[in-house]
Ligand binder design. Structure first.
Ligand code: PMP
Length: 453
């Protein structure tokens, strides 16, 4: 029966995440077939460097036999164990302990999810329960940043601040608030770091005052905003925001779903600035995308307050696949690989990537270069002086993505002419150089395209 081509079957049956369904039907799927290291191969045999590590998740790179072995071993021995009824499995317990040992400050308690969106949803539930336990149930108002991304769950999508995640979905809800982000390249207060920090601090204070300190519950940040276009706050910004949250008695939540596990250098980006959040979310690099898993980290205060608040009653939050043993076994092996050279290589490769991208700053289309470690972006403009974006009507992102693909490079082309980079941490010098060269070729071709200029 399955005589149709994969493209036709896909068009007829597979609903894709975050896509124009009609646009996708027209374009057709591109099937990826195999991968090794930082190279992916499609069904036609075309090879590319994966400059985006899948969806900023395959931090370890593809094809690690030891990860496959860890999963297979666990599947043979015990493919599933519930965490309900006080049951558990060895890999989940060990992974929680290893992570707690490495997490900032006293983030000693780990709740495993299936990915980032349900990790964010879990924080919302934990935070509500926390204030309920403290006898302050009115503290139920949540604040996040413009251009932030915190997943696409029914409720969590309201903390996300990207319009396509809201329109038609009934979010944000009235308890979900936003403040302007730090976006240095296009900030009304200019690009001076101190002015940006002062503006963000003032905006958070003003928002808490507007909501009422007795109502404000938590503030969410990504250490570097990913899906908003890889927006890097100035040094000291995170610390300043953390300090205001402490002062205003609201919880500080660091969403490290992208930045965690070596993306910016260390295991957690919060370590770059010595920040200890009250809650922290991770996913993606936790298992390097080989199997799904996310993790919520809870501070001693948050965990103990919730535990005391519930007393002997069960806390009604959990999933069938919380702390899945196969995902945990993969997580343990991936962590071992990170600490046996991958993090170190990522730091070296990240410095080379940033240096290479900075060299592209002289290109007529490049308005801004930003990033840290193996997480970076260039922002394209048609007029550098005026920072004029590429004409949206020409769908430049799609064209640039396609050209890069043909040139042997997978990148993220955001709708606003921003090109995102998040290569696997295993990249060699030659692979990083090829990412830069192929980007340059793609930009030169774009410059020749009359519709995009
Ligand atoms: N938070 C951040 C910062 C993310 O980048 C993402 C995913 N890109 C999520 C949450 C949601 O994670 P998932 O797609 O695994 O649900």
């Amino acid at each position: 029966m399955l005589s149709n081509s994969l493209v036709e079957l896909d068009r007829a049956h597979l609903v894709h995440p975050v896509a124009s369904y009609r646009g996708h039907e027209r374009a057709g799927v591109r099937v990826l077939k195999s991968a090794k290291g930082a190279t992916v191969t499609d069904a036609t045999g075309h090879q590319m460097i994966d400059g985006f590590a899948g969806l900023w998740c395959v931090n370890a790179g593809y094809g690690h036999e030891s990860i496959v072995e860890a999963a297979a071993r666990q599947m043979r021995e015990l493919p599933y164990a519930t965490g309900y009824f006080s049951l558990g499995s060895e890999p989940a317990i060990r992974l929680a302990a290893e992570l707690a040992d490495r997490a900032p400050g006293d983030l000693n308690h780990v709740y495993f999810t299936l990915g980032g969106s349900d990790a964010i949803d879990s924080t919302i539930r934990f935070i509500r329960y926390y204030y309920h336990s403290l006898g302050k149930p009115a503290k139920d108002q949540f604040i996040s940043l413009e251009q932030g991304y915190h997943g696409s769950s029914t409720v969590g999508a309201g903390l996300t601040a990207l319009p396509i995640f809201h329109a038609g979905f009934g979010v944000p809800l009235d308890w979900q608030h936003k403040i302007p982000t730090h976006y240095a390249y296009r900030n009304p207060v200019g690009s001076d770091p101190q002015a940006i920090i002062a503006a963000s601090v003032a905006a958070l204070r003003a928002k808490v005052e507007e909501i009422g300190a007795d109502r404000a519950a938590a503030f969410y940040v990504e250490p570097i905003q990913g899906s908003g276009g890889v927006l890097v706050p100035p040094p000291g910004w995170m610390k300043a925001m953390r300090d205001v949250c402490t002062e205003l008695d609201i919880l500080f939540v660091a969403d490290e779903v992208i930045t965690g596990f070596g993306r910016t250098g260390p295991l957690f980006a919060c370590s770059d600035e010595d920040i200890v959040p009250d809650l922290m979310t991770t996913a993606k690099g936790l298992t390097s995308g080989y199997v799904p898993m996310g993790a919520v980290f809870l501070s001693e205060r948050v965990y103990q307050t919730i535990a005391d608040g519930a007393g002997s009653a069960a806390i009604g939050h959990g999933y069938t696949y919380s702390a899945h043993p196969v995902s945990a076994a993969v997580g343990l092996e991936v962590l071992r690989l990170y600490e046996n050279g991958l993090l170190e290589n990522g730091v070296k490769a990240g410095a080379r990537l940033m240096a290479g991208l900075h060299k592209l700053a002289a290109h007529p289309l490049v308005g801004d270069v930003r990033g840290r470690g193996m997480l970076a972006a260039i922002e394209l403009v048609v007029d550098k002086e005026r920072k004029t974006p590429l004409p949206a009507a020409a769908d430049p992102s799609r064209r640039i993505f396609d050209r890069a693909w043909d040139n042997g490079l997978v990148i993220r082309a955001f709708g606003n002419g921003v090109l995102g980079y998040a290569p696997p941490l295993c990249c060699t010098d030659a692979e990083i150089d090829a990412i830069i060269d192929r980007t340059r070729r793609t930009l030169d071709q774009t410059l020749e395209d009359p519709d995009v200029r």
